[in-house]
Design a protein around this ligand. Structure first.
Ligand SMILES: [Fe+2]
Length: 274
């Protein structure tokens, strides 16, 4: 039986403080030393960058993307498959409301980590870049990344804050991609938490997204945004959310590791790194 390990990282918020960059560098080094690039996929579920704390200028956020890609790039060079989904902090200043220029900036930089994908600056700007679909032929699993920030485009009001929305068009494309492989096991990932009800941070089409994943036979979904470890079950789909990978959990630095097997089974662990 073939196995593929998914290293799930999230909410690295590069730019918020220097510690986060150092922690991500430590994680990248750990993954490079302990995982085989031919059998490992890195899945980042967004808030790669902070989006500015004291400095709202675009040039400041551009430096954050440059730092994020510089730190992650050795994994891509070593042959790891990398999948990234955007978070609210990547597409809005300080994580508040989606902005077309920041979306384009994300596409411009993050595409370097995903040469396998169709991600471009233009498709990020107009909101058509996602879902990104990755087929792993070694274990025969489909992996899909969704953009849970795209539906906030055009709303640009003070009340959207850190909310998410996958949007009808993207849900249609996601369903079509997943339904092309009815018998194949599938996993997805996106930034927002369908169970988070706080009005400033909720996924506004959570009910539709949860049903989409269940209808398409998705086995598990990876997420972040909440900065906590938790899991939910809904109609056969397990939703695994992770704390901020660069923050300690009970005093230890950990990340989620999910193994997918060619017989369609999967299992997850929390793994430590120093
Ligand atoms: Fe977030």
């Amino acid at each position: 039986m073939q196995k593929e390990v998914i290293v799930h990282i999230t909410d690295t918020h590069i730019g918020k403080n220097l510690d986060f960059s150092e922690r991500l560098e430590a994680l990248v080094e750990h993954v490079g030393q302990h995982y085989n690039p031919r059998e490992t996929t890195i899945f980042h579920t967004g808030d790669c960058t902070e989006g500015g704390v004291f400095d709202f200028r675009l040039s400041h956020h551009e430096r954050e993307f440059e730092d994020f890609v510089r730190i992650m790039d050795p994994l891509e060079k070593e042959g790891f498959t990398i999948i990234v989904a955007p978070g609210n902090h990547d597409v809005g200043r300080q994580g508040i409301t989606a902005d077309r220029e920041l979306r384009a900036m994300y596409g411009h930089h993050v595409r370097a980590l995903m040469p396998w994908s169709t991600l471009t600056e233009e498709s990020m700007r107009d909101g058509t870049a996602y879902p990104l679909f990755y087929f792993n032929g070694r274990v025969n699993w489909c992996l899909q990344a969704l953009d849970s920030t795209v539906g906030q485009l055009g709303r640009d009001g003070p009340f959207d804050l850190a909310r998410g929305n996958v949007g009808l068009e993207q849900r249609r494309r996601a369903r079509a991609q997943l339904m092309r492989f009815p018998d194949m096991p599938k996993a997805t990932g996106f930034h927002h938490d369908p169970w988070y009800l706080k009005w400033t941070n909720r996924l506004t089409d959570a009910a539709d997204v949860k049903d989409l994943l269940a209808d398409c036979g998705v086995k598990f979904n990876l997420g972040g945004h909440r900065h906590l470890n938790d899991r939910h079950e809904y109609r056969g789909v397990t939703h695994l959310k992770s704390h901020r990978t660069v923050d300690p959990l009970d005093g230890e630095y950990v990340f989620q590791e999910v193994t997918i097997c060619s017989d369609g089974t999967w299992y997850d662990f929390l793994k430590k790194y120093r």
